[in-house]
Design a protein around this ligand. Sequence first.
Ligand code: SPV
Ligand code: MG
Length: 432
Amino acid sequence: MKTVYTCFSTDVIHAGHLNIISEAGKYGKVIVGCLSDKASIRYNRFPTVSEEDRMALYGNIDGVDSVVLQNDMLYDDVIEKIHPDIVIHGDNWTTGAESAIRSHVKELLESYGGQIVDVPYTYNEEVKKIDLQLKEKLSMPEYRRKRLRQLINLTPIVKAMEAHSGLTGLIVEKTVIEGENGKLDQFDAMWISSLCDSTAKGKPDIELVDMTSRFRTIEDITEVTTKPIIFDGDTGGLTEHFVYTVRSLERMGVSAVIIEDKKGLKKNSLFGTEVKQTQCTIEEMCDKIAAGKKAQLTDDFMIIARIESLILEQGMEDALNRARAFVKAGADGIMIHSRKKDPSEIIEFCDKFREEDKTTPLVVVPSSFNTITEEELIEHGVNIVIYANQLTRAAFPAMQKTAEDILKYHRAKEVDDRLMSIKDIITLIDEI
Ligand code: SPV
Ligand code: MG
């Protein structure tokens, strides 16, 4: 009897999955793989049902002989273990980013005479509806809010990209690439940068854009995405105000706020000491952190303390002292910032911090020290990397050049080649 293998990553079984099992049964004994959480977050979307429950769900389908956990998106682990005669899959993986996975599986199978069977993908109204409902569930505050903590435990480094509008949120949500290793990759989370949120409104990054407006940006993004959100809370404002901000952010399903240890008129950190910026005392910051932690109502929400000592040239010892104190005051994570091109002061901080504290999540924003790779950050104990402003900086020159060229040519034809087609921009937006 032949062994037939298929891999599922779904949280809900619909007609498409049942069809695959029934087709698989025609060839032999059916083994279903459950794609692990770790692999799912890179391949598809965050699961809303635990690995154990998904395995039980698949095992209950009529016609399934057994269920195994598949850890490798490329099937290497299960193919080595099971040596299936046939791998069966919906034919949706013959095109797009997933086709690389199919080619890899085909090669593995052909090395010992196995084969792939593609069955026509079931795409009816019911399947469409289930897909939409799953997405909706992921976007709900109670699911989204806890996801950052889950991701920190699941992946060596959480990759956050800035978003300042529904459209940039969609780019962070939907961009999936086939990496050099043949595996799919995508961002894990969104950073709502004060710099980019302000810039999009043509305003300076000095806490001028008020919280109501910043919350509106969050809502624009939450309405069209499912990934977790890290909010740039600037200084957090007055402690008496910050506690309200914490509650509002929790209610909106934001996972974390990062507040920096500055007071008075906040300027963007990348100005460093070129402009007047005042660091608050350790006590002032600790009070704000403690008040925020006391105010929050869920266990999911994180308050991350950002240290500006290196930006303001106060030295490594000051940065480390602050980190110790902020963690003691209840901070759920530490963000260390630097405006140097050379990452060595960030590395030094991370190594020294990790000597004493093995668990508190560490966050970095490599805008200036952009040569450092995610792999190196992982080696130095970093848990979250934030790409804080690159989408804004990419879009601005493209828009400016297009505006200049339309003025220059007195028509739009000359710029057309570099524009996204109307058809593509329309299909980027989901309709209910
Ligand atoms: C932001 O993105 O607004 C930040 C990071 O706070 S930085 O601009 O580097 O200060
Ligand atoms: Mg900021």
